[in-house]
Design a protein around this ligand. Structure first.
Ligand SMILES: Nc1ncnc2c1ncn2[C@@H]1O[C@H](COP(=O)(O)OP(=O)(O)OP(=O)(O)O)[C@@H](O)[C@H]1O
Ligand code: SF4
Ligand SMILES: [Mg+2]
Length: 350
């Protein structure tokens, strides 16, 4: 009943967003860490740790989209699971609307569970094949015992419509839908409790390229309409380009660069970002010659035993002695642009 007082306006008259610097961070993450212990023998003696997320800092402002990119295994999903509190951090702090939620118990976490929802990569495995769409999308109402004005069925049908599906799909089963439609069902379920923030872990990478843009556009439309805040995880820079206000680049459990979208794509500063960028097709063919393709050599080192100093140094063509001995901190190189590198590219001092 209080929803009507607190919900964001849902009409077309959405106020113009305030400049990024004036907005309150909805989510703030400081020193976030997740080490998975590696044990050995009968007594499960700990012999090491997978440093999946190894001390990362970032914030997401209300109403904005932060894209997070990086190669497989760099800790993106682990970070998403920590922020949604599906996994327990081994260090650092997570604040949502200024409240420390890092280690809240089940009861204290309940209101935040409504506010922070997750969308997963594989829409099929995250939907129970034995349940109808009505049951799946209506589950959050039942689980959280949320009253709906005209009943759960009507609320679910409204959500299906909002996500571009027909309300008639209510009694159908997940296998009757295409991949894109299933992802729309996953999105409808995530929206059921009017969340403030959505963490989307590779929401389109399992879909046909032709369908990807439709789902990305749906997320964009929903953000405009409902005032949502997004953290969207993707493998490559092309998927998040259209939707992100800012982009964070992860490498081996660390954020190596975080910047406003246009600044990042126009002048990437971390050598790793440059390498990722060179693999993205350039939309304007006249610019093709100007971007050299950088082929990264060598495998990503193991997060069990990351390189000393800068973790990217084993694959970096600019590496020097200092890169092995001193870890470069993430620092502001220019307005709205932070990078962790001793010799950043596209900087005024280069
Ligand atoms: N439960 C776990 N126990 C041990 N190690 C784990 C666990 N979950 C993830 N890892 C390890 O942590 C690292 C980061 O994994 P994560 O799934 O977060 O990466 P990712 O960036 O999402 O990769 P992808 O792009 O393939 O989805 C990997 O080395 C992975 O093997
Ligand atoms: S700190 Fe050194 S090794 Fe790391 S990215 Fe920068 S130049 Fe390369
Ligand atoms: Mg992942």
């Amino acid at each position: 009943m209080t929803d009507s007082q607190t919900a964001a306006p849902q009409t077309a008259t959405v106020p113009a967003p305030a400049p990024a610097s004036d907005r309150e961070p909805l989510l703030r993450v400081t020193g976030l860490t997740r080490h998975f212990p590696v044990t050995k023998g009968l007594f499960k003696r700990q012999v090491g740790a997978v440093r999946a997320v190894d001390g990362i800092d970032f914030s997401v402002n209300a109403g904005e989209t932060l894209g997070v990119v990086g190669e497989s295994g760099c800790g993106k999903s682990t970070m998403g699971r920590l922020v949604t509190r599906l996994d327990e951090p081994t260090g650092g702090k997570i604040e949502f609307e200024g409240a420390d939620i890092t280690h809240l118990g089940v009861g204290a976490m309940r209101p935040y569970r409504r506010d922070i929802q997750m969308i997963f990569q594989d829409p099929y495995s995250s939907l129970n094949p034995r349940h109808t769409i009505g049951t799946i999308v209506g589950a959050p109402f039942r689980l959280q015992k949320v009253a709906t004005e005209h009943g759960v069925k009507k609320a679910v049908q409204d959500l299906l419509e909002l996500c571009g599906l027909s309300p008639e799909h209510y009694n159908r089963y997940p296998h009757e839908f295409s991949g894109g439609q299933r992802q729309r069902i996953g999105i409808a379920r995530a929206l059921a409790l009017k969340p403030k923030m959505i963490i989307a872990d590779e929401p389109v990478s399992a879909l046909d390229v032709s369908i990807q843009a439709q789902v990305v556009n749906l997320l964009d439309d929903l953000q405009q309409e409902l005032g949502l805040t997004y953290l969207i995880i993707a493998h490559d820079l092309s998927v998040v380009r259209h939707v992100s206000d800012r982009v964070a680049v992860m490498y081996l459990g660390k954020v190596v660069e975080i910047a406003e979208r246009d600044s990042l794509y126009a002048s990437p500063m971390h050598p790793y970002t440059n390498a990722l960028m060179s693999a993205v097709p350039v939309p304007d063919p006249r610019r093709k010659e100007r971007r050299e393709r950088i082929l990264l050599t060598g495998d990503v080192p193991s997060p069990l035993n990351p390189p000393s100093g800068c973790r990217f140094r084993t694959r970096c063509w600019k590496a020097q002695d200092i890169c092995a001995s001193q870890e470069p901190p993430l620092t502001a190189a220019k307005a709205g642009h932070q990078v962790a590198c001793h010799f950043p590219e596209n900087s005024a001092t280069e």
